[in-house]
Design a protein around this ligand. Sequence first.
Ligand SMILES: NC(=O)C1=CN([C@@H]2O[C@H](COP(=O)(O)OP(=O)(O)OC[C@H]3O[C@@H](n4cnc5c(N)ncnc54)[C@H](O)[C@@H]3O)[C@@H](O)[C@H]2O)C=CC1
Ligand SMILES: O=C(CO)COP(=O)(O)O
Length: 334
Amino acid sequence: MSGKVAVLGGGSWGTAFSIVLADSGNDVTIWARREEVAESINERRENAEYLPGIQLPPTIKATHDHERALVDADLVVLAVPSQSLRENLPAFLPFVQPDAVFVSLMKGVELGTLKRMSEVVSEVGDVGPSRIAVVSGPNLAREIARREPAASVVACEDEDVATILQKRIHAPAFRPYTSVDVLGCELGGAYKNVVALCVGMAVGLGFGDNTTASLITRGLAETARLAMNQGANPLTLMGLAGLGDLVATCSSPLSRNRTFGEKLGQGMTVDEIYGSTRQVAEGAKSCSSLRALAERTGIEAPIVENVDEVVAGRMSTSDLMHSFISRDPKAEMG
Ligand SMILES: NC(=O)C1=CN([C@@H]2O[C@H](COP(=O)(O)OP(=O)(O)OC[C@H]3O[C@@H](n4cnc5c(N)ncnc54)[C@H](O)[C@@H]3O)[C@@H](O)[C@H]2O)C=CC1
Ligand SMILES: O=C(CO)COP(=O)(O)O
């Protein structure tokens, strides 16, 4: 099964996922915000800035013109930073085919509105749930681009659409499973970034595997608490878009979120870290929106709360670690 796909966003994941799409037979055009990124892909077969050293298949094209990318595309893959989706959609929407399906690759929750990315697409584009899907799982861009085997979840409330998309993105090194739990996949993806920031802080402070395993496990408990309160299937959080992605992101030096946390743990400031990279670490923004979501629903969420305090410059990373240990004792389950 194949067709024309517009991938809107020429960063690391937009480009790596384009390789998956091309390997599964799709005709892919990437829209890159900056002209030099599109040129690098077209002329050198490499996204030199975001995925240096990775040779791109000849079937992937790139353009700086979103209208050209969207011509005849029946799949519209969204891969811009979460906090920029709302500002970008009005430019894209007039050129989207009436029956095209949107696939969100983004892992964040919007500041202010506290909406998930599928909710932003639905609201701004007036798009129904059977035209919005999410792909989420343990999918570090560079490993996927190197075609190292990995699994993922493709979620859509309409199971038939999820199944069609599954065939569309099933590639020799990429195995997607279907789900109808869009909410669970999106919250799992956004939350693990914040937990990875926290794990990175522990690593930056010089702590070892007991600390990181404790944070990952309590991070999963916290994710499940909030996501289930919002209506997620608890099993989603135990799956690839929950535990799977949490483990990959918290364990890998390739993770931008973990690296961001590590730099904080080593004493860099948030501004210094932003100045040192162009790449997005979604958790540095979503810690604030997830915290607000937890507060709004009365859910206990010490990891997002304290990570948000550190990122806002109101708490040191060592005070954050101390605060976890010194919280009031409680039962593990419940
Ligand atoms: N990199 C990875 O391994 C994975 C990333 N994701 C998610 O995919 C989404 C995109 O991430 P990446 O491609 O990795 O980020 P990136 O930082 O590598 O690239 C972001 C892209 O968006 C562009 N961009 C930046 N600000 C923009 C704006 N205001 N408007 C439009 N475009 C803008 C950049 O120029 C770049 O092309 C994020 O939500 C991320 O959490 C999901 C799975 C894996
Ligand atoms: O989502 C990811 C892996 O699944 C990528 O994580 P980072 O954004 O932290 O690099």
